[in-house]
Design a protein around this ligand. Structure first.
Ligand code: SF4
Ligand code: SF4
Length: 362
C-alpha cells in the first residue's frame, strides 16, 4: 500500500473563470484579470522536476487555480504525467467543462484510481447558467470512470434559502449529501468566515449537511497554530508555472523546483513560526499530518461519502493513500534537528532579503 511522502499544494496562476460567484476569493481581491496560466515547462518537464526519486516517495498533489483550474488545457496532460510518475492527484474544479472530463475519462483505470476531483458545488451560479444537469453528468462520468469524487459546497448566506432544495437534488443525483467547507474573507486581517451570522450560528445552519469536513474545519477555524508544523518539509506550496516554492501560504521562499532538478529540494520546516491567524486549509494540511501532535481524523474520513447504492466517493486506492499520515513516511525532528532547521530558516530568509535588495538596486 502506498503511503504519503509529501503533500504538494500547487497554485495554477489562472485568474479568470466562466462563473462569477459573489463569494469568490479572486473576485474579492479584484483579481479577475482574464488571465490564463501560460506554462513555460512542458508536462514532461514538470514531471521531471517531481520525480518520486527526487521527492523521496509517492506524493499527493493538489492542483488549484486562482480561477477555474480546468480552463487551461495543459492541466490534463500535466495530471497524466504526475499520475504516470506514480503520484496521486487532486483537482479542484467547478465541474462545468465537459470536454475536459471526457478527456480524463480516457485515462487508463490504474491512473484514474489515483485521481480525485474536488467538485465545488456553486448552486446559484449553476442554476442561473442552467448547468445543473451538465454538472452532475460530469460528476457521475468521473465516478463511473472510477476516479474519486468529492462534491463540496461553499456555504454563503445567499444560498441558505436553498438548503432543502440542494439536499434533495444531491440525494437524487449522487445518493449522498455534499461536504461543506467554510468561505473566508481574504480581505480581513483575521481571515474571518464570510457571513453575516456569528461563527456559531453559521456552523449550526450548515450542519444540516452532516459534513465531517465542516465538523473538522469548525474545530480549527480561528485557532492560531502554536504547535510545531512540518510545512516546508513534509508539504510545500508551489507555483506550477514559475516553479517558485515556499514553506506554505506564508513563510519563506525555499527555491525553484525547476532549477537543479537532479538535486533534492531544499526543505525547511515552518516550526512554530506560522504567521497566519489560523490554518484555514488545515482540513488538508492538518489531517494529512503536518502538525503531528494534533490528533486529527484522516483526510480520507473527512472527504469520503457512501452513496445510497453502497458505492463510495473515494476509490479503494485513494481512500487508503489519503488515509495515511505524513508522519508514517517522514521522521519527526530531534531537538538538535529543530535547532539546525532554525539556523537554516534564518540563513535562507536572510539570503532571500539580500537577493531581493540586489534585484531592486539593479
Ligand atoms: S467557480 Fe470558483 S473560481 Fe469560479 S467564480 Fe466561482 S468560486 Fe471563483
Ligand atoms: S499551521 Fe497551517 S497554515 Fe501554518 S504553516 Fe502549518 S500548514 Fe501552513
Amino acid at each position: 500500500m502506498d503511503k504519503i511522502k509529501k503533500y504538494i499544494e500547487c497554485y495554477i496562476p489562472t485568474e479568470t473563470c466562466n462563473f462569477r460567484c459573489h463569494y469568490c476569493y479572486i473576485a474579492q481581491q479584484g483579481k479577475f484579470k482574464n488571465k490564463l496560466a501560460k506554462f513555460i515547462k512542458t508536462p514532461q518537464e514538470i514531471r521531471a522536476a517531481f520525480t518520486k526519486k527526487r521527492l523521496g516517495g509517492t506524493c499527493l498533489f493538489n492542483l488549484c487555480a486562482g480561477g477555474e483550474t480546468l480552463l487551461v488545457k495543459e492541466i490534463v496532460e500535466i495530471t497524466r504525467q504526475l499520475l504516470e510518475e506514480g503520484h496521486y492527484v487532486m483537482i479542484v474544479t467547478n465541474g462545468s467543462l465537459s470536454n475536459r472530463f471526457k478527456e480524463f475519462a480516457q485515462f487508463p483505470k490504474a491512473l484514474l484510481h489515483r485521481l480525485i476531483f474536488k467538485f465545488s458545488f456553486h448552486y446559484i451560479e449553476l442554476k442561473k447558467m442552467k448547468l445543473l444537469d451538465q454538472y452532475f453528468d460530469n460528476v457521475n462520468l468521473m465516478k463511473k470512470s472510477e476516479a474519486s469524487i468529492v462534491v463540496e459546497i461553499t456555504p454563503n448566506d445567499e444560498t441558505e434559502e436553498y438548503i432543502s432544495e440542494i439536499k434533495e437534488i444531491c440525494m437524487e443525483k449522487l445518493g449522498a449529501l455534499p461536504q461543506v467547507t467554510i468561505a473566508r474573507n481574504d480581505n480581513d486581517r483575521r481571515i474571518s468566515h464570510l457571513s453575516k451570522h456569528s461563527f456559531e450560528d453559521f456552523v449550526k445552519i450548515w450542519s444540516a449537511f452532516d459534513s465531517p469536513m465542516l465538523d473538522f474545519k469548525s474545530t480549527i477555524f480561528y485557532k492560531k497554530r502554536k504547535e510545531y508544523c512540518y510545512a516546508g518539509d513534509w508539504s510545500i506550496y508551489v507555483n506550477l508555472v514559475t516553479g517558485e516554492y515556499s514553506q506554505c501560504y506564508c513563510g519563506i521562499r525555499l527555491g525553484n523546483v525547476y532549477e537543479n532538478i537532479n538535486q533534492p529540494l531544499k526543505l525547511i520546516a515552518m516550526g512554530k513560526k506560522c504567521s497566519l491567524p489560523h490554518c484555514y486549509n488545515g482540513h488538508a494540511f492538518i489531517t494529512l499530518g503536518d502538525i503531528p501532535e494534533l490528533d486529527a481524523i484522516t483526510y480520507a474520513e473527512l472527504r469520503n461519502r457512501i452513496s445510497g447504492d453502497g458505492t463510495e466517493w473515494l476509490s479503494k486506492e485513494m481512500k487508503e493513500f489519503i488515509g495515511t499520515k505524513l508522519s508514517e513516511s517522514n521522521s519527526k525532528y530531534s531537538s538538535i534537528q529543530k535547532i539546525s532547521n532554525e539556523v537554516k530558516r534564518y540563513g535562507t530568509a536572510f539570503n532571500n532579503r539580500i537577493k531581493k535588495r540586489k534585484t531592486k538596486d539593479n
